[in-house]
Design a protein around this ligand. Structure first.
Ligand SMILES: Nc1nc2c(ncn2[C@@H]2O[C@H](COP(=O)(O)OP(=O)(O)OP(=O)(O)O)[C@@H](O)[C@H]2O)c(=O)[nH]1
Ligand SMILES: [Mg+2]
Length: 402
């Protein structure tokens, strides 16, 4: 009979999002393959990187191990690095917490043991379905238990498509954590002073510059998998026809709003340009951009530039993922956009849209979310600077209680 995992499809997506473009295949399941440590080691040896998952109530505690499972045996001289994380369901949402533990687990006394400073900091005892975690580990993983705990199941998966390299593993996991923080921040975002309920961002740019792809990429990151709602493609004329240059919108059009209220206005304009096309923009295109930009400036609307088709996304980000690196900001394309449109370098954003990719990648996600966050911040600055009469704000005079 085929052995199936306890992992749900959404749990698997969360794990894959954290580890990047990997696939997982089940090697060992305690309830099906026996709960002797020898059964586990035999099935998981010589398989490369693995994840060992312990299911406890609504939590999955995951130990990601580089190296080979057979190195866990006490007589092995090779050491495996392990990185831990937990996937937890809390109040209907799934949260992922990570902890980078540079501890090499070993098999000793028929249990999987992690030791630090001669102390056991984690144990997995297959023979009585128990996991032990110190308070420090539990705290970092935001688990609501520590010490010994009975688990429901233990499973081990082979991780395919992952470089067996600690530096890379740490970088990918830190990126996953940072992506999750950005996602939570943007989900909680509310426009400045609640002046509008939604921010309207206009994406303007040449045919094929990646406007629809950016829209799809943002949607994909929020969905946790690649989606293609807006049609993308390559043609000499525009694939997306919201705006048709041969049929410009007129006041007679049924959806034309003569006096748009603040909620109907554009709050931020993003000039979308393929990074590879910037140094060769035609003078006609440049003139068009300048014309649009003049209008945007005269309306006082926030604006940013979004450079798409960035292929070296992980080089663009500094090791802490907080800033784009200086090496990129000094690139000719960035300085060119800065000179052409007078857009400050901090508002020149770079992304690699999901084009032919099947899986999300935490590093690409960070650039996409950082770009979106910068657009929202720019829109907030625009709202904050609006003259009071344009905000539609009602000035309330409070009556003192008598
Ligand atoms: N590799 C890669 N391909 C991209 C990127 N952005 C867009 N593309 C590809 O470029 C082509 C055009 O992208 P679209 O998103 O359709 O461009 P658009 O700006 O919406 O174009 P129109 O609607 O025709 O004006 C598609 O084949 C995309 O897959 C990117 O960042 N990286
Ligand atoms: Mg389009």
């Amino acid at each position: 009979m085929e052995v199936t995992t306890r992992l749900t499809w959404t749990d698997e997506i969360h794990l894959r999002n954290l580890l990047g473009n990997v696939s997982l295949s089940l090697l060992y399941k305690s309830s099906a393959h026996g709960d002797r440590i020898e059964d586990m080691v035999q099935r998981c040896s010589h398989q490369g990187c693995t994840v060992t998952m312990i299911y406890v109530n609504d939590n999955i505690i995951v130990a990601f191990m580089l190296g080979n499972y057979s190195n866990l045996c006490e007589n092995s001289t090779e050491l495996n690095d392990s990185l831990w994380f937990s996937v937890q369901k809390k109040n209907g949402t799934t949260e992922v917490e990570t902890l980078l533990l540079n501890v090499a687990p070993k098999i000793s006394d028929k249990q999987l043991v992690g030791r630090s400073l001669q102390k056991d900091i984690f144990l997995i005892r297959l023979y009585n379905n128990t996991i032990y975690l110190t308070e420090m580990i539990a705290k970092n993983l935001k688990l609501d238990f520590y010490g010994f705990q009975k688990y429901l199941e233990c499973e081990v998966f082979r991780v395919e498509g992952f470089k067996d390299n600690l530096h890379y593993a740490k970088k990918i996991m830190k990126a996953g954590e940072h992506r999750n923080r950005l996602l939570a921040e943007i989900r909680a975002y509310k426009p400045y002073a609640d002046l509008v309920s939604e921010i309207r961002i206009l994406l303007v740019g040449p045919v094929g510059s990646g406007k629809s792809s950016f829209f799809n990429s943002v949607k994909s990151v929020f969905h946790g998998h690649v989606t293609c709602q807006a049609i993308v493609g390559s043609d000499v004329t525009s694939i997306t026809e919201q705006f048709n240059p041969h049929k410009p919108i007129t006041p007679e059009h049924s959806t034309f709003i003569t006096s748009p209220s603040l909620k109907d206005r554009i709050h931020c304009v993003a000039y979308v340009l393929d990074i590879n096309s910037i140094d060769n923009l035609s003078s006609k295109m440049l003139a068009k951009f300048k014309k649009v930009h003049k209008e945007v400036l005269s309306c006082g609307i926030a604006h940013v530039a979004l450079l798409t088709n960035v292929s070296n996304c992980s080089e663009v980000l500094q090791d802490n993922f907080l800033n784009m690196s200086r090496s990129m900001t000094s690139q000719s394309q960035v300085t060119n956009v800065n000179k052409m449109l007078g857009i400050p370098i901090s508002n020149i954003l770079m992304v690699g849209n999901y084009a032919s990719d099947l899986e999300l990648n935490p590093v690409n996600d960070i650039l996409i979310l950082s770009a979106l966050r910068q657009m929202l911040r720019a829109a907030d600055d625009f709202l904050e600077d609006l003259p009071l009469e344009e905000t539609g704000a009602i000035v309330r005079v409070l009556q003192p209680h008598v």
